[in-house]
Write a protein that binds this ligand. Structure first.
Ligand code: S3P
Length: 450
């Protein structure tokens, strides 16, 4: 079963050259943050280009449950009338965040310093994911949480009545944890300090400043030290959401491996904390160019052009780059399967606690497609078979994970025999137009029966 309906089995057949323009949807990370910070500000926040994926729709519903007025005006245009920092009302019912780790973790952080109680749940994938990484730091602010064994959802959070500011060293490289602590710090008096040893995506910091928060970032020997002054008055903002580099990765990588392809992917956010995949692809010898580099709404943006190349080579991805491409390892491992030689991905154990265990999901699916893979707790190694050299002819399990489903459908576009996924339904969480967009470029995707 998909999160929101019956399973949608899908098969991807070897494609003719992919050609055209791929307009991918808005950035998922920025979309969540725009709704949440809009809900915490005073006045009307207007958002253009919001992702209408299920993850973001679930966050919009949650913001309404906490008292904000959130309106969908169609075609990615939304408005939010916020309740101000500390103004969240107690929700009347359970908050269901569906498949979204970002949604639930950021919202738990946000409400944890208000004197209200909320209970959170999600789909089977989200209910299996670790939440202690959030409940530990919000406990320092004075919030209490009661969840299932292992700190899993469903979970009830009792917000702190008199929150204390905290100084917190993030123990795993995670933008969700960093952001949850900063959002909690908004309603604590004094200064909340968050320290991350490795830089992770910085959309929360950028957007908090845009909304008028007093936030500074300092690079020290300990890492990035982020200092936020609590209890600011956030002022409503007009936000233009750039297109999602993590979604762009799919048509880009498809064009790189399907013989004869040439695809333009315009308006892609290229924040340096998100661009690791594209750096890696260029190191592999991919024909990937940036055109029209510019800045939109405080984020760097480019038009990307990806063309097939038969000369893609395996590489070692430096572990310190992992955070800037954490969502892109599944699709990188597909490109690696069509490269010459080995691609070594180390320092990737966080992949085991994403929407699925992505190391295991990719390893099993690639093996079923005839690709040799090695793995350990923190490493994935793919032995490339060269352009067009992957046998395919398998059905991969999507495991309620949008990026696993899309990765194997892309693999099928260049494999000798078709590749299926048991459920393409989860793709709607982040890239609801994936099927139509890829077909418009020339992909052969067919919905199949079981
Ligand atoms: C996200 C952070 C990352 C990423 C997720 C989105 C965010 O998760 O995998 O898709 O928007 O903050 P982690 O913080 O767990 O690394």
């Amino acid at each position: 079963m998909s999160a929101h309906g019956p399973a949608i089995p899908m098969t991807s057949h070897r494609a003719k050259p992919l050609q055209g323009i791929a307009e991918v949807p808005g950035d998922k990370s920025i979309s969540h943050r725009a709704l949440i910070l809009g809900a915490l500000s005073i006045g009307e926040t207007r958002i253009k280009g919001l992702l209408d994926g299920q993850d973001v729709l679930d966050t919009a519903r949650a913001m309404r449950a906490f008292g904000a007025e959130v309106t969908d005006h169609g075609q990615g245009n939304w408005s939010v009338h916020g309740v101000g920092v500390g103004g969240f009302a107690e929700p009347e019912d359970v908050i269901d965040c569906g498949n979204s780790g970002t949604g639930v973790r950021l919202i738990m952080g946000t409400m944890s310093t208000s004197p209200i109680t909320a209970t959170f749940t999600g789909d089977a994938s989200l209910r299996s994911r670790p939440m202690r990484r959030i409940t530990d730091p919000i406990g320092l602010f004075g919030a209490a949480s009661y969840g299932r064994e292992g700190g899993r959802l469903p979970m009830t959070v009792v917000g702190a009545k008199s929150p204390m500011p905290v100084r917190y060293v993030v123990p795993v490289p995670s933008a969700q944890v960093k952001s949850a602590v900063l959002l909690a710090g908004l309603n604590a008096p004094g200064e909340t300090v968050v320290i991350e040893a490795e830089a992770t995506r910085d959309h929360t910091e950028r957007m908090l400043k845009g909304f008028g928060a007093d936030l500074s970032v300092e690079q020290t020997a300990e890492g990035r030290v982020i200092t936020l002054k609590g209890q600011p008055e956030l002022r409503a903002l007009d936000i233009e959401v750039p297109r999602d580099p993590s979604s762009a990765a799919f048509p880009v990588c498809a064009a790189l491996i399907v013989e004869g392809s040439d695809v333009l992917v315009p308006g892609i956010g290229l924040n340096p904390t998100r661009s690791g995949l594209f750096i890696t692809l260029r190191e592999m010898g991919a024909d990937l160019s940036y055109e029209n580099e510019r800045e939109e709404g405080g984020e760097p943006v480019v038009d990307m052009r990806a063309r097939f190349s038969s000369a893609i080579k395996g590489v070692e991805v430096p572990p310190e780059r992992a955070a800037s491409m954490i969502d892109e390892f599944p699709i990188l491992s597909v490109v690696a399967a069509f490269a010459e030689g080995r691609t070594v991905m180390r320092g990737v154990k966080e992949l085991r606690v994403k929407e699925s265990d992505r190391i295991d999901a990719m390893a099993r699916g690639l093996e079923a497609c005839g690709v040799m893979v090695e793995e350990d707790e923190d490493t994935l190694i793919v032995h490339g078979m060269g352009a067009g050299g992957v046998p395919g002819g398998a059905c991969a399990e999507a495991r309620l994970d949008h990026r696993i489903a899309m990765s194997f459908l892309i693999a099928g576009m260049a494999s000798e025999r078709p590749v299926s996924v048991d459920d393409a339904g989860p793709i709607a969480t982040s890239f609801p137009i994936f099927e139509g967009l890829m077909v418009s470029l020339g992909a052969k995707l067919k919905r199949t029966d079981g």
